[in-house]
Design a protein around this ligand. Structure first.
Ligand SMILES: NC(=O)C1=CN([C@@H]2O[C@H](COP(=O)(O)OP(=O)(O)OC[C@H]3O[C@@H](n4cnc5c(N)ncnc54)[C@H](O)[C@@H]3O)[C@@H](O)[C@H]2O)C=CC1
Ligand SMILES: CC(C)CC(=O)C(=O)O
Ligand SMILES: [Mg+2]
Length: 360
């Protein structure tokens, strides 16, 4: 199979975790006789430094022309003084919006070997954890009107707007219902409908849409309670659908139940399953450049690319099984290290996954 893949390493640990992922892609390409035309491009802080803008036109064009996009992470303290549209994060938001990647799938799975790394009581995760957060990605407060202004007294104010059109809600909740119908037929919609108008529209719309999915059990929860319930008893949930900001926050919280944010992949999809694949974490400036980052979230994001955009399940399964085996054998990066396990660097973890795949 011939595929064009746009590769955006980005900033901080982005290039470190991407390097390990590309080694695995090269192995898959050779083993299964695929042809991956990989084009590396700049976005984020590195693009600001090189070209004066977080998202150069040619990067966006490369993404548009690709069959899928892999992205490490963008941002960092070096660029934190910049204003909204000049910031590295703008690159990510613009790619998502311009390419219509409205459906962000963030699976939170606890690998059996990672139970000790979960900070919750063992009784809460006895049966493991297998959650799917479906996050709306191109609307809500990250894309509403925003402004900072100075009043007559010289005092500053700022606002952000949480805006949702019913069609935006409808298309993401449909994706969530479809996913729920292939799992436990349980869907939790998370909102703040006791306070926010946009949440009330969200709730009304999903209740209307539920009529088309009579075999799915739909429940609703406010975001504050959901954040608490996720820690109290994560296994009460199966598929969670929510807006952009609530999904961003809840998925970082869910990641910790699986041991580390360095383990969680994601897919950001359009209506035709074209997608951008990225770990849910950021550029982790506190550990960047130290060969300490966990590359498994990025590697598992590539597996999601094979499954969702290329329909290559054998290749995806191979990556996922290799990651599971490496963890079973006790190999860990610093974020998930505990006594009686073997601490590896980023490079060594990539090598370990690769060596395991070679033996499969
Ligand atoms: N998708 C993206 O490109 C995202 C970018 N960011 C940006 O990243 C920068 C840092 O943001 P933070 O809020 O600190 O979030 P972060 O996710 O980068 O880091 C949070 C904590 O998790 C740790 N961590 C993250 N990924 C890890 C990995 N693979 N292995 C081991 N430990 C890992 C970090 O060391 C840090 O202690 C900011 O500029 C932010 O805007 C944040 C989230 C997503
Ligand atoms: C960096 C932001 C644009 C978004 C974010 O934190 C995320 O998508 O996880
Ligand atoms: Mg986030």
């Amino acid at each position: 199979m011939k595929k064009k893949i746009a590769v955006i390493p980005g900033d901080g640990i982005g290039p470190e975790v991407m390097k390990q992922t590309l080694r695995i892609l090269c192995f898959i390409e050779e083993k299964f006789h695929h042809e991956f035309e990989m084009e590396e491009c700049f976005a984020g802080g590195v693009a600001i430094d090189k070209e004066g803008t977080p998202l150069p036109d040619h990067t966006l064009k490369t993404c548009e022309n690709a069959d899928a996009i892999l992205l490490g992470a963008v941002g960092g303290p070096k660029w934190d003084h910049l204003e909204g549209t000049d910031r590295p994060e703008r690159a990510l938001l613009t790619i998502r919006k311009e390419l219509g990647f409205f459906a962000n799938l963030r699976p939170a799975m606890l690998f059996p070997a990672m139970k000790d790394a979960c900070p919750l009581k063992p009784s809460l995760i006895e049966k493991g954890l297998d959650l799917m957060v479906v996050r709306e990605l191109t609307g809500g407060i990250y894309f509403g009107e925003q402004k900072t202004f100075t009043d007559k007294a010289g005092k500053k104010s700022a606002y952000d707007t949480m805006f949702y059109h019913e069609d935006e809600i409808r298309r993401i909740v449909r994706i969530a219902f479809e996913i729920a119908s292939k799992r436990k037929r349980k869907l939790l919609s998370v909102d703040k409908a006791n306070v926010l108008e946009s949440s009330r529209l969200w709730r009304k719309t999903i209740i209307q849409e539920a009529k088309n999915y009579p075999d799915i059990c739909l429940e609703h929860m406010y975001i504050d309670n959901a954040a608490m319930q996720l820690i109290r008893d994560p296994n009460q949930f199966d598929v969670i659908v929510t807006g952009n900001m609530f999904g961003d926050i809840l998925s970082d919280e869910a990641s910790m139940i699986t041991g580390s944010i360095g383990l969680l992949p994601s897919a950001s999809l359009d209506a035709d399953q074209k997608g951008m694949y990225e770990p849910i974490h950021g550029s982790a400036p506190d550990i960047a450049g130290q060969n300490k980052a966990n590359p498994l979230a990025m590697i598992l994001s590539a597996a999601m690319m094979f499954k969702n955009s290329f329909d290559l399940t054998r290749e995806a399964d191979m990556i996922e099984s290799a990651v599971e085996k490496v963890l079973d054998e006790g190999y860990r990066t610093a974020d998930i290290y505990s006594e009686n396990t073997v601490m590896l660097t980023t490079e060594e973890m990539g090598q370990q996954v690769l060596d395991t795949m070679k033996k499969m």
